[in-house]
Design a protein around this ligand. Structure first.
Ligand SMILES: Nc1ncnc2c1ncn2[C@@H]1O[C@H](COP(=O)(O)OP(=O)(O)OP(=O)(O)O)[C@@H](O)[C@H]1O
Ligand code: SF4
Ligand SMILES: [Mg+2]
Length: 338
């Protein structure tokens, strides 16, 4: 896609672990358009965070990008020297993570932490920086922003800390915000406020968001496009409406089936039978086969290819392939409401 803001192509990231080489990200391809929210959805261990850390090149020491391309506005990030990559982070890509406060410095005031980012990445100096810091705290909905400038993170609630994180991430008006479970640690009311805030800031700044979540409710409220990740791969990708109308991969359907109600939604994905398989070995068939109600011989012996289902909608599943047995195709057992 020529106009995409971010293009990820065939990205593979391996991690050295006790159990061997973990293929945490295995041939991922997707693109994010300008101004859109692209949700990466999947249960724990599916490789969502490693995808984000690969894009930003902030992998742990054990991690290595083995292949692929990551293009931001056409520029290959994987080929940049580290010094140039540091300028990309914070200025063109903003990042917020799950734990409010985990990325804040406990011994620096919130004002000083925002000022530091502005001084590193913009031409603002002195009084201009201070004015912008208060403006940013105001934009992220912190009441009495001038009063909070001199406070330390421990003096703020979880929701307020997450707002400070957002202020830091957005200080330089990045074109892409990567938000890895930005509201999981927050209670439901604060979560809704933070999501609202992200949406309104996105509208004003026109930025794209890569939103990592295991929460279908968050996807429903925020996403324009959805990719479902399972065991290091994308198993389904679709525009939001198509995804909610017709989730097609058996794993996606399980995600829906495992959401009993909105209150319990963020705890619910764990109820899917079985576990994500170990990523330390090679796969010879479908990674979901051990948990799939539709699996047949072929699923264990042949790696499923990506199959287009509709415009912009595809899945990695034999059910949609030409060789699916009668009754296992979309017109059969996989009908809506199945
Ligand atoms: N530092 C590490 N060293 C070795 N393996 C790791 C490391 N961090 C994560 N992994 C492994 O990489 C795989 C992908 O992990 P990742 O953190 O990307 O999952 P995730 O989808 O973000 O999960 P969660 O929803 O729990 O955050 C998992 O198998 C995990 O055990
Ligand atoms: S390929 Fe087979 S095992 Fe895998 S999700 Fe599709 S039906 Fe299930
Ligand atoms: Mg994660």
């Amino acid at each position: 896609m020529a106009n995409a803001l971010l293009e990820v192509e065939n990205l593979s990231t391996w991690l050295a672990a006790n159990e061997g080489t973990v293929r945490a990200v295995d041939g991922l391809s997707f693109s994010i358009e300008r101004g859109e929210t692209f949700a990466l959805l999947g249960e724990s261990g599916s490789g969502k965070s490693m995808t984000a850390l690969s894009i930003t090149r902030l992998l742990p020491d054990a991690g290595r990008i083995m292949s692929g391309a990551v293009r931001l506005e056409g520029e290959e990030l994987l080929a940049l020297p580290e010094a140039a990559m540091r300028r990309v982070r914070g200025r063109r890509i903003g990042m917020i993570f799950q734990e409010p406060g985990s990325s804040l410095n406990p011994v620096m005031t919130v004002g000083a932490q925002i000022a530091e980012v502005l001084e590193r990445h913009t031409a603002l100096r002195g009084g201009e920086v201070n004015v912008r810091v208060v403006e940013l705290l105001n934009e992220v909905g912190i009441p009495d922003p001038a009063g909070h400038v001199h406070e330390y993170p421990f003096q703020l609630s979880g929701g307020m800390k997450q707002r400070v994180m957002i202020a830091i991430a957005l200080a330089c008006e990045p074109s892409l915000l990567i938000a890895d479970e930005p509201t999981t640690a927050l209670d439901v009311t604060i979560q809704a406020q933070v999501l609202d805030l992200l949406r309104s800031l996105q509208k004003r700044m026109g930025m794209s968001i890569l939103l990592i979540t295991h929460d279908l409710g968050v996807v429903a409220e925020m996403a324009h496009h959805v990719a479902v990740m399972y065991a290091g791969e994308i198993v389904e990708m679709a525009p939001r409406e198509a995804f909610f109308r017709n989730p097609s991969h058996p794993y996606s359907r399980k995600l829906f089936a495992s959401v009993p109600n909105r209150q319990a939604r963020d705890k619910s994905l764990a109820v899917i039978r079985g576990m994500v398989p170990s990523l330390a070995g090679e796969f010879h068939g479908c990674r979901f086969a051990d948990r799939c109600d539709y699996a047949w011989d072929r699923c264990r012996d042949v790696i499923p290819a990506w199959v287009p289902i509709a415009e912009g909608h595809g899945a990695r599943c034999h059910l949609y392939g030409a060789d699916a047995p009668q009754g296992k195709d979309e017109g059969g057992r996989m009908k809506d409401g199945d």
